[in-house]
Design a protein around this ligand. Structure first.
Ligand SMILES: C[S@@+](CC[C@H](N)C(=O)[O-])C[C@H]1O[C@@H](n2cnc3c(N)ncnc32)[C@H](O)[C@@H]1O
Length: 251
């Protein structure tokens, strides 16, 4: 079931988590930023080996790959030119493997992830794939690529781990060619079910007192895209019990 909801019903918590202050606002942003990233690395280094067998795959991750694939097909089916794509927070590389295994004409597929273990598992999987994607251990806020290096950037279920979300979207915009697209998916926390799942349960599970994850609400996500200079911004939501939403923008 899919909808084009535009009326979030649960208000967001912080006014601007683009750079989030620490709990009680006593910690400098840079310290918080580092602890959020360290926390993410720790979580995903530990999860890497069993990640592909997790039940969450069915609930959250695969529905996101399906949404991306719909978008990519719709966009590229009449464009024969091969494309270059970057997936940020690429995890074990399943989404890039899907593209490589599809009839779509990819030229260069790169995954970037902050967890070295996730990259290692992704690289192992990629060895058996034709037109194999490559993986880089890096940070979404500092992409090691030239301006305009990619035709698309994707990012799924990773954004809520970024302590400086606005800066990350600006980086994504920077590495896109004119006319390139950013497709970003994360948990939809703007209705009651999404709020309980993402803002309460998952935030509690993935945060420490020093390092909180943050699911950007619908309107805030749109604003990040606007502020980074994206045009033709579209958003759509899917899923009832595990709602997620996609935001697409053109560079
Ligand atoms: C839930 S996983 C999602 C992986 C993949 N996108 C998927 O949908 O299966 C979140 C990923 O984001 C990565 N991550 C967290 N913070 C990051 C950052 N600052 N820069 C790059 N990757 C990050 C984690 O290491 C983890 O692999």
């Amino acid at each position: 079931m899919e909808s084009d909801s535009t009326q979030p019903s649960v208000p967001s918590t912080p006014a601007d988590p683009g750079q989030r202050p620490g709990p009680g606002s006593s910690q400098p942003c840079q310290t918080v930023s580092k602890s959020v990233k360290r926390r993410a690395r720790h979580e995903f280094d530990g999860w890497a080996k069993t990640y592909d067998r997790s039940i969450v795959q069915h609930l959250l991750f695969r529905p996101a790959y399906r949404m991306f694939m719909e978008e990519l097909y719709e966009w590229r089916r009449h464009i024969p030119d091969p494309f270059d794509g970057l997936d940020i927070g690429s995890g074990t590389g399943s989404w890039l493997a899907m593209i490589a295994g599809s009839p779509l004409p990819s030229r260069r597929l790169v995954g970037l992830d902050y967890s070295g273990e996730m990259c290692r598992v992704a690289e192992q999987k990629a060895q058996t794939i034709e037109g194999a994607p490559s993986f880089i251990n890096g940070d979404s806020e500092h992409l090691p690529f030239a301006d305009g290096a990619f035709d698309f950037v994707t990012c799924s279920h990773s954004f809520h781990h970024y302590p400086n979300q606005a800066a990350a979207v600006r980086e994504m915009r920077r590495v896109l060619r004119p006319g390139g697209r950013l497709m970003l998916i994360d948990g939809f926390r703007d209705n009651i079910i999404g709020w309980v799942l993402f803002d309460v349960l998952i935030t509690r599970a993935e945060s420490t007192p020093e390092a909180r994850v943050f699911h950007a609400p619908w309107s805030m996500m749109r604003q990040y895209f606007v502020d980074s200079g994206f045009t033709q911004i579209r958003q759509r939501k899917t899923g009832i019990w595990a709602p997620i939403f996609l935001t697409v923008g053109t560079a």
